[in-house]
Design a protein around this ligand. Structure first.
Ligand SMILES: Nc1ncnc2c1ncn2[C@@H]1O[C@H](COP(=O)(O)OP(=O)(O)OP(=O)(O)O)[C@@H](O)[C@H]1O
Length: 197
């Protein structure tokens, strides 16, 4: 499955931020989004994930192929780590949560309520969730925030595994994860930036 953006214009609050972007990401490749704060990386990721509609243009495939990873998405605080992963696994028809627990060394935390996790632990749970979605396109917004060096390494390994299996990852990040892929420099309209200030 290939991710295709055609003449995509995305924005927030009625203002276009990025205009007429076209790109293709082939299976097994990553696209790294770079750009200063407020340049539109989150807006682009949300649009690629189907969380908001493009102002113009189109994205293929549709949102059913995409898993979006932001901050502790969809985690229920009153449920344990294992219950959260099982919930998502069930929703996506995946049986085994062990690989997801192992990917971020969450076995010892599996009975802890999500609301009691530290910031980094919560981030690890949010990222482990990607593995139980079975989705082939991951759109990730600053996924390594709050992660220590060891877990940043685990995350890079997890993405490498995903790419090796023919998956795709689009990642807004300020750090070099050493992944195979291309970089997209996100540059908004100057006029739009001025209007937003
Ligand atoms: N709901 C909204 N209404 C109006 N403007 C918004 C809204 N949400 C975001 N914006 C503005 O849209 C622009 C793009 O924001 P976006 O979150 O996509 O940037 P970003 O590149 O992800 O930034 P960062 O690196 O800080 O996370 C910013 O100027 C932001 O203030």
């Amino acid at each position: 499955m290939t991710l295709v953006a055609r003449e995509l214009t995305v924005g927030r609050g009625g203002l276009p931020i990025l205009a007429r972007l076209s790109f293709t990401v082939e299976p097994g490749r990553a696209l790294i989004l770079r750009g200063p704060n407020g340049s539109g990386k989150t807006t682009l990721l949300r649009t690629l994930s189907g969380l908001q509609a493009p102002y113009e243009g189109e994205v293929e495939p549709g949102p059913e192929a995409v898993a979006y990873g932001g901050h502790r998405d969809g985690m229920k605080g009153q449920m344990t780590v294992a219950e959260n992963l099982s919930f998502w696994a069930g929703l996506h028809g995946v049986r085994d949560i062990e690989p997801a627990l192992r990917a971020f060394d969450l076995q010892r935390l599996e009975d802890r309520l999500a609301q009691h996790l530290s910031a980094g632990q919560g981030r690890r749970l949010g990222l482990a969730r990607l593995l139980v979605t079975g989705r082939s396109i991951w759109c990730l917004d600053e996924p390594t925030v709050s992660l220590d060096a060891e877990n940043t390494g685990r995350f890079a390994d997890m993405v490498r595994g995903h790419l090796a299996g023919g998956g795709i990852a689009v990642i807004a990040t300020h750090i070099d994860l050493g992944l195979d892929g291309d970089t997209l420099d996100v540059r908004p309209y100057k006029a739009t930036l001025e209007a937003l200030e």
